[in-house]
Design a protein around this ligand. Structure first.
Ligand SMILES: NC(=O)c1ccc[n+]([C@@H]2O[C@H](COP(=O)([O-])OP(=O)(O)OC[C@H]3O[C@@H](n4cnc5c(N)ncnc54)[C@H](O)[C@@H]3O)[C@@H](O)[C@H]2O)c1
Length: 296
């Protein structure tokens, strides 16, 4: 494995590219939007600076990491010499099916095609290609440079060789991989998203306000951040997409997304990435939104 391509330079793509480049791989970051690429490089640089100031890496490692990174809006050119592609584009099934059909034509025959999808079936994504045995889920956690877990998801046709390669590669990145089967939500989001959805229902039903719900879960359950803060951090659009995959995949009403979440996504209040979700990041003096749910 020498040449890695990461598709999608959003919050996950920039972290994935950062980790591969820091581990010694030549890494190309691809997005359809130049502004996403520029923002991603600025974020990687800032995060490397933070690692240097904490003493976890040297200035030389930072320079070498940046030298191993390149950016492009030309997916075909970037993939022509790829050994591994990790797709981290928007959580949308039609988009991912199109990207994987394109990647199958553009990437060399030996290239492994991985998806960082939070919930979409790897088997379904693999079926968009002529190489389903080389398609696998490589689900990093946010923020990627910090979080140790990689959920490695075997599709129905993923080969043993490809699975072993990706498990070993994850270890080489300093991560702790866990192998799981391809069922809706895999493990992480099958458990996390119903909790986040329940927190949104708790707000929606008026049991408590945003800060109260998050405080209960932080202080009472020792969670490092409350579920509503975490939902903003993940992106409310991504949370909604995952809940819909769970709801469709299992046909169980317990996964039905809360109407408040649906409304917030429709209103483009997506959390950190748009500056407003359950909290208002643009106005620190007035941090909590959802004024509809005032305490009595
Ligand atoms: N946000 C999280 O906490 C989290 C955690 C684990 C996994 N994921 C998964 O990672 C993936 C990306 O999520 P994100 O939070 O980084 O999203 P994001 O919205 O921050 O970024 C998505 C990026 O994909 C780009 N994009 C869209 N179409 C593209 C295309 N055809 N080719 C190339 N780039 C394209 C967009 O321009 C954008 O920059 C999703 O599948 C998501 O489910 C997210």
């Amino acid at each position: 494995m020498k040449q890695i391509v990461v598709i999608g330079a959003g919050q996950m793509g920039n972290g994935i590219a950062h980790v591969f480049a820091q581990s010694g791989f030549s890494t190309a970051l691809v997005d359809i939007r130049q502004e996403s690429l520029d923002k991603a490089m600025a974020t990687i640089s800032k995060n490397l600076d933070r690692q240097v100031s904490k003493g976890s890496i040297t200035e030389a490692t930072k320079t070498e990491t940046l030298q191993r990174l390149s950016t492009s809006t030309d997916m075909a050119a970037s993939c022509a010499t790829a050994d591994l592609v990790v797709e981290a584009a928007t959580e949308n099934i039609d988009l991912k099916l199109k990207i994987f059909a394109d990647l199958d034509r553009m990437a060399p025959a030996h290239c492994i095609l991985a998806s960082n999808t939070s919930s979409i079936s790897i088997t379904r994504i693999a079926a968009a290609t002529q190489r389903p045995e080389k398609v696998i889920g490589m689900h990093f956690m946010n923020p990627v440079p910090v979080m140790k877990l990689v959920e490695v998801i075997r599709g129905y046709s993923t080969s043993n060789d490809v699975t072993s390669t990706i498990l070993q590669l994850s270890l080489n990145l300093g991560k702790s991989p866990v192998e799981v089967n391809d069922l809706p939500g895999f493990v992480a989001n099958k458990i996390l998203m119903p909790m986040i959805n329940e927190a949104i229902y708790t707000l929606y039903e008026g049991t408590a306000g945003v800060e109260e719900i998050d405080t209960v879960m932080k202080l009472g359950m020792a969670h490092p951040m409350g579920p509503l803060r975490l939902a903003d951090f993940i992106g409310l659009d991504t949370c909604l997409s995952i809940l819909r995959v769970l709801h469709d995949g299992f046909g169980n009403p317990k996964y039905a997304p809360c109407p408040l979440l649906v409304n917030m996504v429709t209103a483009k209040k997506l959390g950190d990435k748009t500056g407003e979700g359950f909290y208002n990041y643009a106005d620190p003096k007035n941090p909590v939104v959802a004024a509809f749910f005032q305490k009595k």
